[in-house]
Design a protein around this ligand. Sequence first.
Ligand code: ACO
Length: 361
Amino acid sequence: MSDGLEGVVAADTVLSEVDGHAGRLVIRGHSLDDLAGRATFEAVTHLLWDGFFDDLPRDLAPALGAARAEVFAEVAALDTGLLDRTPIEGMRALTARLADGDDLNTALRLAAAASVFTAAVVRAQAGEAPVAPDMALSHAADTLRMLRGKAAAPAEVAALDTYLVTVSDHGLNASTFAARVIASTLAGLGSAVLGGISALKGPLHGGAPGPVIDMLDAIGRPENARAWIEDALDHGERLMGFGHRVYRVRDPRADALKKAVKRLTDGSNIMPGRLAFAEAVEAAALAILRERKPNRPLDTNVEFYTALLLEALAYPPSAFTCVFATGRVVGWLAHAREQVVGGRLIRPASRYIGPMPLEAA
Ligand code: ACO
């Protein structure tokens, strides 16, 4: 048996390939480099969903806009109990209110939900009223507008669009596997997405970027990096934003997002000096990880520069995982449909290693 199912192939997919040795991500025949910063989130959603839904419109922007407007009604169900929870728990609870199903409209509503509910939860936690969607905007533009209550600058919209595309799909990661297992029981797309959100929120998966900010803030200055990192590792902690189950080299998404942070912040007054500081911390972390784990290549993963980018877009770190879900939800939905259309019930076996009942003498 492979611990943590490492290296086990559990599905055939046409959706994406993660090459851990080459450091390459392919999404439906396109390398990430060709998509990030070039294709819109709506176009990549079409790419992922093509062939898995009947009557898929060529331009998904109006349909996604209409779905945002439709799910906004559920925001009224946000109560004070939910506001005491983390944003991902609030967003998940509102998503659970949507009707389950297996068709395109269900998928569109689920894809819209993460954007609309995240903005509403973050605003409500800050004591601000929710902002209704604007169907005419792109998903990225409206996602930021609903969060802030005013239009975001084109450079910010472009940065979020790049982020959403970059995290839209990534092979059989833990949340996508969870979504596929649920879809394989024919429970419905809503159930699969709720499973995906639940798996994503853990710090070993999509919950890492908030703690990256905590780490950067605790380090404070580049000259403190080595001592802080050594101390954390001495205490058995893991460095958030480093290491990956599949990549043995740098995660290509880290570079795509670092470029997006650079594009957004260079020559602007957004977070002056922050990127250079993060690069210094990253260099120190990589050097120390290399010294301490010479036999285990540990490199920067997607979450390190996710943290920088979402911080530059003024998201509170507590909501970073919700933004990850806003992009990844379209991948979960594609995988869930691929599973339903071409797969079987996923039901592996376990090996019993407990005691057996005593035989009668
Ligand atoms: N910091 C310090 N040591 C690490 C790290 C890290 N970030 N990652 C792995 N290691 C070490 C482990 O301690 C272990 O050492 P050991 O063999 O001496 O015990 C060795 O590397 C192998 O670790 P595993 O846990 O077996 O590796 P696995 O493939 O299960 O872990 C994971 C992958 C969970 C991402 C891990 O690298 C980690 O915890 N990273 C930090 C959290 C993080 O960044 N999560 C986001 C991942 S990206 C994503 O899911 C979107």
